[in-house]
Write a protein that binds this ligand. Structure first.
Ligand code: NAD
Length: 454
């Protein structure tokens, strides 16, 4: 049990914004959190092993695609509310609240790689004098906070609960989404004891405008995060698989999804596409898959979803090649103008982007690929560099097919008649993100294809 005086003192410091906050890991999650903490009035010490990020942040440069941080970070840095360090000790020793948001990727075998979390845990063991609040925000399987992080933090002789508060609070940020900044996304907090949950909840209440929900343990909060992302992963797989079926049945499945979404309860629309990309949805489910295997209860639904989701780039390429054949064209000698390299709209992040898988697969069939992405200047696939064309129109010159693989808003405004004029005879437009209308494409003289539509 912690001393009540220590708990009350930390709560008072948080309420009065005198608590010093340390954010470990200044990436897509850590930067907005640092900004939200500083905007609320806290002094923030950011820590990152990447000296380039530390230098940029101290120069007031926002390197993450987050409208909220881009707007506020420069003035908060000039006001000395945020300062970045490359040494954990320098950032954490004086802090009252320490938030860990380092990467949790997959290892070579496809299982959890907790090496970053462990390294920070070891480093923090010597920085825990006084009653501090330690928060883990990195996504991981249920049990990580108490089974993996807590023993490392206790290495310096301090005991979680008695000497410091420890909570897990999952991050739900959807960077690049201007409608939901970190401040207005509801937060879940699970502490290892009552006092931890109390100070953790108080901290988030003081930096967010959204409600904060406390749960009974870190494991419940960890499970909630993975549930959210498995829900997305499995539901996307469901509509992907049903899309392939309805294409064959000759039924417009996108229209069916929109029709189903008119039901006011019990249904949430998900849309098909060329595959799943990014840093979270394709990897988070496999943290639980690992835990499930350890428990002897394999997650069959996740495995089935993985199979379907991985099939999507293959399906797209096979449909495209069939359409070329119908147009009397062979793969070799044909050119595809691929619009969209990022894994989602309005960002420049190409991590695990399905577009890269599609490029790889087209190259194998000897199709020439030209790319355009308004946010991504170039990509490398299997050692070959693809520079982005300067505009959607310049990418399609002499192309046989335009293939839309990312839902960037700019593609909605494509000048389809001009596009058609620049392309070869019998041109195809394959819209895997269902952004354009069939009628507009056909009126422009393009053969229209999409995922989920016949
Ligand atoms: N990106 C998202 O949209 C998102 C959303 C919700 C949850 N998450 C989760 O949050 C965590 C962080 O994700 P991210 O997208 O911010 O990752 P990121 O790669 O953008 O940032 C992580 C940062 O941590 C730094 N780092 C690595 N080891 C460090 C160490 N020992 N000490 C200090 N800094 C270190 C890296 O240099 C990097 O700058 C992950 O677990 C991720 O799954 C991410």
């Amino acid at each position: 049990m912690p001393s009540q005086v220590a708990v009350n003192d930390l709560v008072r410091k948080i309420k009065s914004k005198q608590a010093r906050v340390c954010v470990v890991g200044l990436g897509y999650v850590g930067v907005p959190l640092s900004v939200a903490s500083a905007e609320a009035g806290f002094n923030v010490a950011g820590v990152d092993t990447d000296r380039d990020k530390v230098g940029k942040l101290n120069a007031g440069l926002c390197y993450v695609e987050d409208a909220y941080s881009e707007k506020l970070l420069p003035s908060l840095v000039s006001a000395d509310k945020i300062h970045a360090f490359s040494s954990l000790k320098q950032g954490a020793e004086q802090a009252d609240v320490i938030i860990i948001c380092v990467p949790t990727p997959l290892d070579k075998k496809g299982g959890p790689d907790l090496s970053y979390v462990k390294s920070v845990g070891r480093g923090l063991a010597g920085c825990l004098s006084g009653y501090k609040l330690v928060i883990l925000e990195s996504t991981s399987y249920p049990g990580t906070t108490q089974e993996v992080l807590q023993p490392l933090l206790e290495h310096g002789g301090k005991r979680a609960g008695r000497d410091f508060a420890l909570v897990y609070s999952p991050e739900r940020i959807d960077y690049g989404n201007p409608r939901h900044s970190v401040k207005d996304i509801n937060k879940v907090v699970g502490g290892i004891d009552e006092a931890s949950t109390k100070v953790g909840t108080q901290f988030y209440k003081s930096i967010l405008s959204a409600p904060v929900t406390s749960v009974s343990s870190p494991a419940v909060a960890e499970a909630a995060k993975i549930l959210e992302n498995i829900f997305r992963y499995v539901n996307i797989a469901l509509v992907n698989e049903l899309s392939i079926l309805h294409e064959a049945l000759g039924v417009d499945f996108i229209e069916a999804i929109d029709a189903a979404a008119t039901k006011p309860f019990g249904f949430m629309p998900h849309y098909p596409g060329p595959g799943i990309g990014g840093h979270c949805i394709p990897k988070d489910p496999f943290y639980l898959v690992y835990k499930a295997k350890q428990t002897g209860l394999p997650l069959r639904l996740v495995s089935a979803a993985e199979e379907v989701n991985k099939l999507m780039p293959v399906h797209v390429v096979s449909r495209l090649l069939s359409a070329l054949k119908v147009s009397g064209k062979k793969p070799e000698g044909s050119t595809v103008a691929l619009w969209g390299l990022a894994y989602k709209g309005e960002v420049r992040d190409t991590r695990r982007s399905p577009a890269l898988e599609v490029i790889r697969s087209l190259e194998k069939r000897k199709v020439r690929v030209v790319v355009y992405d308004p946010y991504v200047p170039k990509v490398s696939v299997d050692g070959k560099t693809y520079p982005s064309a300067s505009s959607p129109e310049s990418a399609v010159k002499g192309a046989d097919c335009v293939l839309i693989t990312t839902n960037h808003n700019a593609f909605r405004k494509a000048r389809l008649k001009l596009v058609r004029r620049m392309m070869n005879r019998r041109p195809i437009l394959f819209d895997t993100k269902n952004m354009l209308k069939r009628v507009d494409c056909e009126n422009a003289g393009l053969t229209y294809l999409s995922v989920g539509r016949p």
